[in-house]
Design a protein around this ligand. Sequence first.
Ligand code: C2E
Ligand code: MG
Ligand code: MG
Length: 579
Amino acid sequence: MPKILVIEDDPLILTSLSKLLISEGYQVYTADNGIKGIKAAMENQPDLVICDVMMPELDGYGVLKELRKHRPTANVPFIFLSALVSRNDLRRGMNLGADDYLLKPYTRKEVLDAVNTRLSKQANITQHYVMELKEAEERLNSLLFYDNVTRLPNRALLSQRFSWINEVAGANASITLLSISIDRLNRINESLGFILGDNLLRVIGSRLQRLITDHDTVARIQAGQFAILLPYGDKDQATKLARTILGKLAEPVTLDGHELVITCSIGIAFSPKDGTDLDTLLKNADVALNYVQERGGDFFHFYSAGMSHKFMEQVTLQANLRQALQRDEFRVFYQPQINLRSGQVVGVEALIRWEHPERGLILPGEFIPLAEETNLIGPMSEWVLATACAHVRAWQEGGFAGLRVGVNLSGRQLTEENLKEKVIRILEDTGLPPGNLELELTESILLRDMGAAISTLSELKSLGIHIAIDDFGTGYSSLSQLRHLPFDTLKVDRSFVKNVTEKSETAAITAAIIQMAHSLNLVVIAEGVETIDELNFLRRNNCDEIQGFIVGHPVPHNELFEFLVNYKTEFFTRHISNN
Ligand code: C2E
Ligand code: MG
Ligand code: MG
């Protein structure tokens, strides 16, 4: 019911006008002078004001002027009521923002026509404003609460939904959170471009959306990461959903003529058990997600407190690792390599160690993956190469001329632009002949980017540097696949060596690998030789060199020098022939 304020000092007119309006269904407020009128307008926020022009103290113009100054009444339709109006009075009122004039004496029809016209005009304006406001609000909402690539809810809306569930179901409601990350999305973006990458995300988003009900929320919370919120906490249901997601997302996607097959990793956490606020819950789901990713992805796992501990340990270690190089905490250990025919020490492999101030010596298996996640692997590897070349050059000068050093390269280094220049500079600085340096790369690194591997390794090889394939046999590659690569040496992984005496099948494979490698003119080094039986097997099968605890453990550089000085070829050969 619209509210009308009538301001009039003549009591008869005030009463009759009020009655007229009330009889038409309006809610009427009255004031018998201008000051009271302003007060009533502020308090009651009428939809329309009818006001006498001539009043003592404050006249109608004064009232209008005042009302237009204040926001709540600035746009209220205003009709003047006047006995006589000169052209000047009319203009003055209109200039102040009056909407209409009613002349006394007025007829019932005149009053109602004027009131209706003004009110419906105002309603139109208001409706227009309301719509515009609503549209603006929707635009703002979509910016604030939706991801602009997939149009899915974003993290802010996810957080709101989480609070709603807790509001509706009571604090500590059962909630499941799945954190889903697309494996290797960066590589897709790098090779196919971001536009295709975005299209892929949209496809993934809509596939996920089709797997959930109206009560669930799927959100995109980071570049390649989605989250699903379920308003219940049921492990079986979560398992079922996770399996469905893994299957659904693995279906090929055809975009722009490319057929893509993606996999994802899923971490799952439950509220309240694993966190009562969304941030904690997400953090823990991500810990579980990380756990899956570290194991190659394409699976799901539930969060457990033990994981978090391990995760925190890794985070701390990674933070320490950043300072390890400046604090001079890295060490290079060396493990000797023996030629099986001559029994001589022909080379050493450089193996990095981290002398952690609190934890003692840490093996590379624990910190190299952490260094690879950051940019640290570059400077660290460069340091190893420079240190190893310098040490070996010193031993050469100390009487062990021709000694070779094997240095491990990480995948990141292979794709580094100026790897060749760095290696050349180090060789020049240390004076180590290129023919005495052997760079070791694992099969998996080589297979990851064959093109880059072939061109970089060819360049290095043209300098006279040797290239070795490390851990051969663990990367599921075949020698025919690797034939195109310019390498000189094949290092047979310890997993073969350790079984040659027990499993006839492994013995046959190892013998075949050695034979094939020789037919490709490769030198074969067996890794991880621990027993005399293993050693004899390798000798019988013409393996060229061995490396392993039976000869010596990896040791610091001063100990390795002692080893070189004290090493007796005769002792070694006698040792073999006696067995
Ligand atoms: P890898 O290059 O295959 O090195 C051989 C590993 O086998 C070494 O482990 C060595 O200590 C171990 N080993 C040697 N002989 C025996 C044996 O008789 N029995 C057994 N059970 N193990 C033996 P380590 O030093 O822990 O290094 C592990 C891996 O870390 C290396 O495998 C290499 O891939 C990587 N790595 C080591 N140093 C560096 C480095 O400076 N840069 C890079 N990028 N990776 C490195
Ligand atoms: Mg190696
Ligand atoms: Mg190896």
